[in-house]
Write a protein that binds this ligand. Structure first.
Ligand SMILES: [Zn+2]
Ligand SMILES: [Zn+2]
Length: 456
């Protein structure tokens, strides 16, 4: 008989697969706590019996019954209130397939070399504004008509995720699984889906669905559709092991593109690339990038690769060396100089200014650094209104625009260009469990490397 402290189990529940230990005699109560939980795979658990005794020694062989046992332990635990110790009952431990009524057994998947693949859908859910994410398990969803089930490899943590959690997106649906910088592999296809096939490596952008029949949709500009729907905001996104996505809104990953590094390209990369393109960048452009964070750094590298001359505008000199290494020929620190004046001293000004900073006023401060006919494009902005001097704008025919991410064809181009030029973001891989910590740090202004949730 082994008594398992439930408080410790709760801690361990989020662990994933582990190496199978074939010698049951190695187990003591302490390791049992961890290993039982780490083999968990059952999302449907509410009907579990009330009490179990430990029969590890009789069932812990290389057969599938071992895995069922793990499931039952978990089921039992989840069925009881936290803080309650429990034991396992040998009569309840059945080999795989011999538990009628316990459908979770069919979801177990014993893979070669004595490893188990966890089939539970680990999920982080945003339940309400200003609440931390809740971690839970859900049943793996079935793709419906026109949909694919994607087993997620990676999902970037974007500032938009934070915006949603802070209540800045009135359209957001709660509860929702956040995350829209998704890469993964198609695990199953729904009715009527001829592409992509199961096994295809794909990614998807924030644009998750649209009406498919308006003028913008039929032109392939689904991002402008008035009925567009966003992944991770109104549709469940990538802070989970699986997501159901619309088949025509996933993008095949180019060969050789690392799917983890590619995740931030689905939003940060797409937004930077597409903003430059929509604003009319040419190989003779002088381009100023405001902000040298994740999106800004990608914008610098895209603009350089497109043949443009590039200046970087940032608050301090902290990122100057990195910007120059990426190919920027000028670096303007706004704490030392007026950015518009410094731009005008750059052969007359910038043809294109891209604001990647989360500050509208930082963008406005650069505006008169544009050459005549020049364009300010916002791919970052803050809550404050954009306030610009009308006279120089009129006299010089200056343009202002913003760019909301992109359509699937823009994502394809972003990925193809990134792969061809070797442009990948800097990122820090994190576990799903660390999402709240990362989002808290972002809320406090930490603008370090982008975090990417990875699922192994
Ligand atoms: Zn439409
Ligand atoms: Zn984003």
């Amino acid at each position: 008989m082994v008594n398992l402290p439930t408080a410790e189990l709760l801690d361990e529940l989020v662990h994933t697969s582990i190496e199978y230990a074939s010698d049951v005699d190695e187990f003591d109560a302490a390791t049992l706590t961890a290993t039982a939980c780490e083999r968990i795979a059952a999302p449907r658990i509410g009907e579990a019996p009330a009490s179990f005794e430990c029969v590890l020694h009789s069932t812990m062989d290389l057969g599938s019954s071992t895995w069922v046992m793990g499931t039952v332990v978990y089921a039992h635990f989840r069925a009881r209130p936290a803080g309650d110790d429990f034991t396992m009952d040998p009569a309840r431990l059945c080999p795989l397939g011999r538990m009628p009524g316990h459908t979770f057994c069919t979801k177990m998947n014993v893979v070669p070399r004595n490893r188990i693949e966890v089939q539970a859908l680990r999920t982080a859910v945003a339940t309400a504004i200003d609440e931390p994410l809740t971690f839970t398990e859900r049943e793996v969803p079935e793709p419906g008509p026109g949909e694919v089930l994607v087993k997620i490899t990676a999902c970037g943590v974007c500032y938009t995720d934070l915006d949603v959690l802070q209540g800045h997106w009135p359209i957001a649906r709660f509860p929702v699984v956040p995350g829209h910088e998704i890469t993964g592999v198609v695990a199953a296809t729904g009715p009527g889906v001829s592409w992509p096939e199961a096994g295809t490596s794909v990614g998807t952008q924030i644009l998750g669905d649209s009406c498919r029949h308006c003028d913008y949709c039929v032109r392939g500009e689904q991002i402008l559709c008035r009925q567009k729907r966003f992944t991770g905001i109104v549709m469940d996104g990538g802070y989970a092991e699986y997501a159901v996505l619309k088949a025509d809104f996933v993008i095949p990953l180019p060969d050789g593109l690392d799917p983890v590094a590619a995740a931030p390209l689905m939003c940060a990369g797409l937004t930077a690339f597409n903003s430059l393109r929509q604003a009319g960048i040419t190989p003779t452009s002088r381009v100023a990038i405001v902000g040298a964070g994740g999106v800004g750094a990608l914008a610098v590298r895209y603009a350089v690769a497109m043949g443009a001359r590039v200046a970087v505008i940032s608050r301090s000199n902290r990122r100057e060396a990195a910007a120059r290494e990426m190919g920027a020929e000028r670096f303007i620190a706004t704490e030392d100089s007026d950015p518009a004046e410094a731009l005008r001293a750059w052969d007359g000004g910038a043809d294109l200014i891209l604001n990647s900073s989360p500050s509208t006023s930082a963008a406005a401060a650069t505006f008169t650094g544009l050459v005549p006919d020049g364009t300010l494009v916002l791919c970052g902005y803050g809550p404050e209104p954009l306030s610009l001097p009308a006279e120089p704008m009129a006299l010089n025919r200056l343009h202002v625009m913003a760019n909301p991410s992109g359509s699937p064809h823009d994502t394809r181009d972003t990925l193809a260009f990134s792969a061809a030029h070797g442009i990948l973001p800097e990122f820090t891989p994190i576990d799903l469990r660390d999402a709240n910590t990362v989002l808290d740090a972002m809320a406090k202004g930490d603008s370090g490397k982008r975090s990417v949730i990875t699922f192994n």
